[in-house]
Design a protein around this ligand. Structure first.
Ligand code: NDP
Length: 263
């Protein structure tokens, strides 16, 4: 195999991506499809899953709320049947959670953030790890953390807490699964261009009482490259991590963020 061939996933890789009917997950699904991977996505919104599968007939789609252990079990059963095994789990689904000073946060919103961003990843791992071990010789797992998993993020404490927790989960699991030849890494996206980031910037602007454009410029000024990253940048890192070029890469938290200096 020549060097360039090493840089893309082998055709036929069986991939499950959570929260993938839109946003980063959808970009990942499209990128993996282009490498002839066999891809199953799950998402909470049945209409969004149906629309995405309609436009990408090679995809397998499952509906489920990742924060509900029984629904996750059903998604894993669906993926196992559709793919006939599993080589790569991308634990991508996540929500922004509430914005505000800690004393103003609603405990129910805290719980929802932890359930969707952290508990969900455990629910998928507890079922996917045995499946990967039993059916794959090139198994790996990608955790979608965030730059908020390496920096403090004032007024977004629930989100930051879950994203730091995911790095601890990833590093521990990399040690646990290394002897079984299953690799575990985290991607830490920075400020990703798109609707979700516009919502995050708007919520923060509201919470601090400043105009949207001022807040947007504040974000850009914190990035060494002075630009947002794109979903394509994140997809490229996921393809690399799933490729033979990354066969000795595990236990790593990899930032794709233009070097976000602080939050
Ligand atoms: P989006 O909100 O754009 O997409 C996430 C998808 O997950 C949506 O389709 C959403 O469905 C779905 N989803 C939400 N809650 C659930 C749930 N309980 N069960 C199943 N699916 C669910 O997010 P992004 O693509 O922007 O983010 C993906 C990941 O990347 C997240 O973990 C996020 O924290 C992380 N990240 C994103 C950054 C960014 O700038 N965008 C920066 C750093 C990290 P619906 O639309 O119906 O809610």
């Amino acid at each position: 195999m020549n060097t360039y061939e090493l840089l893309k996933p082998e055709p036929g890789l069986r991939v499950l991506i959570t929260g993938a009917a839109s946003g980063i997950g959808a970009a990942l699904a499209q990128a993996f499809l282009q490498t002839q991977a066999d891809v199953c996505i799950c998402d909470v919104d049945p209409a969004a899953v149906a629309r995405f599968v309609d436009t990408h007939p090679a995809l397998h789609g499952a509906v489920g709320d990742v924060s509900d252990v029984e629904q996750v079990d059903a998604v894993i059963d669906h993926a196992r049947q559709a793919l006939g095994g599993l080589d790569l789990l991308v634990n991508n689904a996540g929500i922004a959670g509430p914005t505000g000073p800690v004393e103003a946060l609603d405990p129910a919103a805290w719980d929802r953030t932890v359930a969707t961003n952290l508990n969900s990843q455990f629910y998928f791992l507890r079922r996917a790890v045995p499946l990967i071990k039993a059916t794959s010789t090139r198994g790996s797992i990608i955790t979608m953390s965030s730059v908020a998993g390496r920096l403090g993020y004032p007024y977004r404490t629930p989100y930051a807490a879950t994203k730091w927790a995911l790095v601890g989960l990833m590093r521990s699991l990399a040690i646990e699964l290394g002897p079984s030849n299953v690799r575990v890494n985290a991607i830490l996206p920075g400020v990703v261009e798109g609707e979700r980031m516009d919502r995050v910037i708007a919520a923060r602007a509201d919470s601090l009482g400043v105009p949207f454009d001022t807040m947007r410029n504040d974000y850009l000024n914190k990035i060494s490259l002075r630009r947002m990253v794109t979903v394509t940048d994140i997809a490229a890192m996921a393809l690399f991590l799933a490729s033979p070029a990354a066969v000795n890469l595990t236990g790593q938290a990899i930032s794709v963020d233009g070097n976000l200096e602080y939050l």
